[in-house]
Design a protein around this ligand. Structure first.
Ligand code: FE
Ligand code: ZN
Length: 512
């Protein structure tokens, strides 16, 4: 097909209801276009950028790529169908014009952030009691919202019961253990009394459920009082309600989720991370998608830290914590500044280890605090982006505690363990485990508000699942497998970045 002349191009575009700038026209004439490709170009521009009616040179370059055709002098224009998949992530409707992330104002509302007094930690034994009382009350209130918990009685009332009718009690799980008969025994405790509970062979379902119990979580147990013990017939978790309530952004706006960069580690994959940054700059493929990214959420472990585990020195490329934060800040400063970077700490970051963790300490990370588009919060953090409720938790309890308690979970599928946390409505239910917890006045690790997206990191394995309408994403990492991970059988997935459209909830996984 022959190439179009200047006048023909103008006429063709006018017929499609489009205008063109003289620079764009010169560019098209220079590279050469036939009628069919020009028609396609017009159609794509109208579909993907409906707010545009004057085609600029940039737009032309966005949608066409030039391929040299062997043996001919002329270039061939190929419409960028290779990016079709990522383009489909953005689907403008007539009611909402398509704006790029640069044109959209940030819309961030913090729901809860562990900062200030509340998280100062235990100072007196009273504070400790207050903490557990708060945990019990918050979780039992969530349980009481369930219809199947109706009619529960306080534990102290159980022991004076004469009947063997089925009853319901609410308590915090203490000391879960296996009995000689191969059943599960555990203590349940409320604010006034405690009781010994056991499963029986007669109801294998209740045994299966009891095996999934994590100490210090609050559940409702159904059962019968048999003179001196409570025989469990069923267990109910606070869990998530079945609702259709879904918060979605009105705008076509995307967020990228990353974590566990581990800057400073000898295994930090700098080239891959730079590839991610070039992508955000629009210089490394999927440009169309990149243009709509307004947020980068970092779910902890920005640096490898120092003194995190015995012998860490030999694994570090940068053994100084100040230099580590300086280095990561330098990399993040290359992210275009219309993109808001929201970061929480992980167990490798410079802040208190006990959860909830305050934000990364400014003393160590001044260069990060100086970046205009970076906001640092505590771990966990719950916020709304364009109305979408997102819960960020670094995820230490997943790998360090929960996997060991609940049968059937694996380190390759962290999203399955994330479901357990949602069922418990608590981010780190086991108090005395490997996840250090600060018993503040209030238990900020209770999942009070149901998120639309639940994000964790720490596992270094990208994983995705959905549970009762909530999108669960374990972000992944930018660190290659360490010797320790090798010894533990952990196979990290460095460089995989999930990107979600906050309006459509379509997820694109890009591998850098
Ligand atoms: Fe990590
Ligand atoms: Zn971690």
């Amino acid at each position: 097909m022959s190439l179009l002349k200047k006048e023909q191009i103008i006429i063709e575009l006018t017929n499609q209801g489009l205008c063109i700038t003289s620079e764009a026209l010169d560019y098209i004439i220079k590279v050469g276009i036939n009628k069919e490709d020009l028609e396609k170009l017009g159609t794509i521009v109208k579909k993907l950028k409906p707010e545009i009616f004057i085609i600029s040179e940039d737009t032309v370059k966005d949608f066409i790529k030039i391929e040299k055709t062997k043996g001919e002098n002329s270039n061939n224009l190929v419409l960028k169908v290779s990016e079709k998949e990522t383009q489909e992530q953005i689907s403008p409707t007539e009611s909402s014009p398509l704006l790029s992330a640069r044109e959209i104002l940030p819309d961030i509302e913090i729901i809860s952030d562990p900062a200030g007094e509340k998280t100062m930690g235990v100072r007196e034994i009273d504070d400790f009691l207050h903490y557990f009382r708060d945990r019990f009350e918050k979780l039992s209130n969530l349980l009481k919202m369930r219809r199947d918990v109706e009619g529960y009685i306080p534990i102290k009332a159980v022991k004076s019961l004469n009947s063997k009718d089925e009853i319901k009690i609410i308590g915090m799980v203490k000391e879960k253990r296996s009995t000689k008969t191969g059943n599960v025994g555990f203590e349940l405790e409320d604010l006034e009394a405690s009781i010994q509970a056991f499963t029986t062979d007669k109801i294998p379902e209740s045994k299966k459920k009891a095996e999934r119990l994590v100490p210090d979580q609050v559940v409702c147990a159904t059962g019968r009082w048999m003179t001196n013990r409570f025989m469990v017939t069923d267990i109910t978790w606070p869990d998530l309600p079945f609702t259709d309530q879904k918060n979605r952004a009105k705008e076509e706006v995307c967020a990228a989720f990353i974590s566990d960069i581990h800057y400073g580690s000898g295994k930090f994959d700098e080239e891959t991370f730079k590839g991610f940054i070039r992508f955000l700059q629009g210089k490394n493929g999927a440009k169309y998608l990149a243009e709509h990214i307004k947020y980068v959420l970092i779910v902890g472990d920005m640096v490898d830290g120092v003194g995190i585990y015995p012998g860490q020195e030999k694994d570090l490329k940068i053994p100084d914590i100040f230099e580590q934060y300086d280095g990561i800040a330098r990399l993040l400063s290359e992210i275009p500044d219309h993109i808001q970077i929201i970061a929480i700490p992980g167990n490798h970051d410079a802040t208190r280890q006990a959860e909830p963790q305050p934000a990364i300490d400014e003393k160590f990370a001044k260069p990060l605090y100086d970046l205009p588009n970076v906001s640092l919060y505590g771990n966990p953090l719950q916020l709304k982006l364009h109305g979408v409720n997102i819960l960020l938790y670094h995820g230490r309890s997943i790998l360090d505690d929960i996997i060991g308690f609940v049968p059937g979970l694996s380190i390759d599928k962290p999203a399955e363990t994330m479901k357990e946390l949602l069922k418990c409505r608590h981010l780190a239910p086991y108090f005395g485990g490997n996840t250090p917890t600060a018993a503040g006045k209030e238990d900020m690790l209770v999942i009070q508000s149901v998120p639309d997206i639940f994000l964790t990191g720490h596992a270094h394995v990208n994983d995705f699942s959905k549970y009762r309408g909530v999108f669960l994403i374990n972000t992944g990492t930018f660190q290659k497998q360490t010797d320790y991970q090798k010894s533990q059988g952990i196979n990290p997935t460095p460089g995989k970045v999930p990107i979600i459209n906050l309006k459509t909830f379509k997820i694109t996984l890009i591998e850098f």
